[in-house]
Write a protein that binds this ligand. Structure first.
Ligand SMILES: CC(C)(COP(=O)(O)OP(=O)(O)OC[C@H]1O[C@@H](n2cnc3c(N)ncnc32)[C@H](O)[C@@H]1OP(=O)(O)O)[C@@H](O)C(=O)NCCC(=O)NCCS
Length: 175
């Protein structure tokens, strides 16, 4: 692993992706297919992670996603992606996704999601990433919550024992 470089702000990793829902992107109901949206989200999140660490990244995991509203054919998709926390070699990316009807002039939420990326060195081994600096209240809230989300995904991925997940346990068992 290479040495860690200078810490960067969450804002520096910001990516905003805009797409138009075309017929080939839709399901039989004329709404954007979930798989297509997750593909776009993967690219937006990978760009945010890559911007933070300036190295090639791979998707390590995708947290559960609930699609709150369908995005319709002809509508616009906006994906806003930002690194919410950097760990050692991995980064959590937070995304907000919304649809927009330009003719009717309204915006609606699709989902919020977290993807995790790992930075790789030229030998394709995980490499250390820069620390993340938070500035806004929201960035701090996302940063704090990232520790328990990380523990949950590592447990589900078979990489951590539930008894080692102190932060997660404290979240569910108060007092
Ligand atoms: C992700 C990957 C690089 C992890 O490699 P590994 O040899 O297991 O490395 P480690 O166990 O040392 O973990 C490296 C980092 O990945 C994180 N990680 C591993 N599995 C994870 C998971 N399921 N969810 C979130 N993070 C995970 C670890 O927490 C660690 O992060 P840290 O250094 O910040 O603590 C490796 O599993 C891989 O290449 N997977 C395939 C990635 C890919 O091809 N993605 C596209 C999908 S087709």
């Amino acid at each position: 692993m290479s040495t860690q470089s200078k810490a960067k702000t969450s804002k520096e990793s910001l990516i905003i992706m805009t797409e138009l829902v075309l017929p080939n992107d839709t399901n039989v109901f004329g709404n954007l297919m979930g798989g297509r949206l997750m593909y776009w989200m993967d690219i937006a999140a990978a760009l945010a992670a890559g911007k933070h660490c300036n190295a090639p990244v791979v998707t390590a995991s995708v947290d559960n996603i609930s699609f709150e509203n369908p995005i319709k054919l002809g509508n616009v998709v906006h994906i806003e992606a930002k690194v919410s926390r950097a760990f050692n070699t991995s980064m959590e990316v937070h995304m907000r996704v919304w649809g927009e009807d330009l003719t009717q002039q309204y915006k609606y939420k699709s989902n919020e999601a977290y993807y995790t990326f790992v930075a790789l060195d030229p030998n394709r081994r995980p490499r250390v990433v820069p620390e993340l600096i938070t500035e806004t209240e929201e960035e701090k809230r996302l940063y704090d919550g990232a520790l328990r989300r990380r523990q949950l995904r590592l447990i589900l991925g078979g990489k951590m024992k539930p008894e080692e997940a102190g932060e997660l346990k404290a979240f569910f068992i108060k007092g």
